[in-house]
Design a protein around this ligand. Structure first.
Ligand SMILES: NC(=O)c1ccc[n+]([C@@H]2O[C@H](COP(=O)([O-])OP(=O)(O)OC[C@H]3O[C@@H](n4cnc5c(N)ncnc54)[C@H](OP(=O)(O)O)[C@@H]3O)[C@@H](O)[C@H]2O)c1
Length: 344
């Protein structure tokens, strides 16, 4: 099996006469739905009664109840929050599935950790964009592709790969020099969690600590936050690293920057980091993290709420919001940013 798929590996003919049902018109559901409609696919949508349902109606869809969608669609794209998926699957999807249906996930975790076990008569696949929902739409409109992870977990029909590749092409992922990378459900789920649990905490600690140190030393908060991330300079560097590699991107900086970085690199190299990352990975792979997270959800998120409240109260974020007010005087603050309630 080939490991990277491009547009020439997929044909929209493989979806001819087949209807795609999309469940959820959220951050990823909306861009995917709009892209598939623009690619000429026959779409049916289900979205619960909410602001997003109103938006879907305004944008030309007529959302239907979930059982109706499952009965009428051939491919079913589950774009619900991962933590709701198991309940919705058991109650509203599984009873209506028929032989030859195909379930498509945008995140592998529910299958990889055994929270959802589809019947053997259906195909089960993964199409997981490696970018944000917003970029999935923006890139489609700009006729550019985006990388995604692709996998087939169950191939009951014998044509699961062809269907999945056609869907990846229709959603706009395989355009230009982007493509679909084959991976197992297990690896996708583990990689995703590792980024969230080992890489993001290190980055967040670095940014928070640097912000606090600079402000404690009398640097104005707006200058501090602009230098740290508000300017988007770091984002530009990472985008360049994404095309050329991290070392070549760092080499495009001034010689002072390069000398500063490489002469101080060792000072910040902490031997415990590799050990801690290894332990974090072990927790993920053994299922310890997903058991812990499942318990937390059952209990009503007590620990998550405590941690979010504690972080939302950090004075650093007040200073950051004031810096943003100064930079963008016309902006309206999104108070939802500090709403710590999980959505159900
Ligand atoms: N966001 C991304 O950039 C991204 C990237 C890669 C993969 N993913 C994956 O994509 C999937 C969806 O994530 P998301 O970020 O798009 O989630 P999201 O923004 O929270 O959207 C989920 C949508 O599902 C709706 N919903 C909830 N219960 C429903 C039900 N019973 N019937 C119909 N609709 C229902 C929600 O409605 P309400 O508006 O009423 O809550 C919401 O519109 C997840 O598997 C996630 O891991 C997301």
């Amino acid at each position: 099996m080939k490991k990277i798929f491009r547009a020439e590996d997929a044909s929209l003919d493989d979806l001819a006469g087949r209807r795609v049902g999309i469940i959820g018109y959220g951050n990823l559901g909306r861009p995917i739905t709009l892209n598939l409609r623009d690619s000429g696919l026959d779409i049916i949508l289900s979205e619960r009664d909410s602001e997003r349902q109103t938006l879907a109606r305004r944008e030309g869809f007529r959302p239907v109840p979930l059982p109706d969608l499952v009965r009428s669609a051939d491919l079913i794209f589950l774009l619900l929050p991962d933590e709701l998926m198991q309940t919705v699957f058991l109650r509203d999807i599984s009873p209506w599935l028929t032989r030859g249906d195909m379930l498509v996930f945008a995140s592998a975790s529910n299958i990889a950790f055994g929270f959802i076990e589809p019947p053997p008569m259906v195909d089960v696949a993964l199409l997981a964009p490696r970018t944000l929902g917003l970029a999935v739409r923006e890139r489609y409109l700009a006729e550019r592709g985006f990388f995604c992870f692709l996998s087939v977990h169950q191939d009951a029909s014998g044509r699961a790969w062809r269907s999945l590749l056609a869907l990846a092409r229709a959603v706009g992922s395989l355009r230009g020099d982007a493509g679909g990378i084959e991976i197992s459900f297990e690896l996708e789920a583990e990689l995703d969690l590792f980024m969230q649990q080992a890489v993001l905490p290190v980055l967040q600690n670095a940014i928070q600590t640097a912000g606090q140190v600079l402000i404690d030393h009398g640097y104005p908060p707006e200058a501090t936050f602009i230098d740290l991330y508000l300017s988007g300079e770091l984002e530009d560097l990472m985008r360049r690293a994404g095309r050329e590699g991290l070392f070549p991107a760092l080499r495009t900086m001034s010689l002072t920057s390069q000398y500063g970085l490489f002469s101080r690199l060792e000072r910040f190299q902490d031997n415990r980091l590799a050990t801690l990352m290894g332990l974090t990975l072990e927790d993920i792979r053994s299922g310890a993290f997903s058991r812990d997270w499942a318990r937390e959800q059952l209990d009503g998120y007590p620990r998550l709420l405590r941690m979010l409240r504690k972080h939302a109260e950090l004075e650093l974020w007040d200073l950051e919001q004031e810096a943003l007010d100064l930079l963008y005087p016309d902006r309206t603050r999104d108070d939802g940013a500090f709403d710590v309630r999980p959505r159900q």
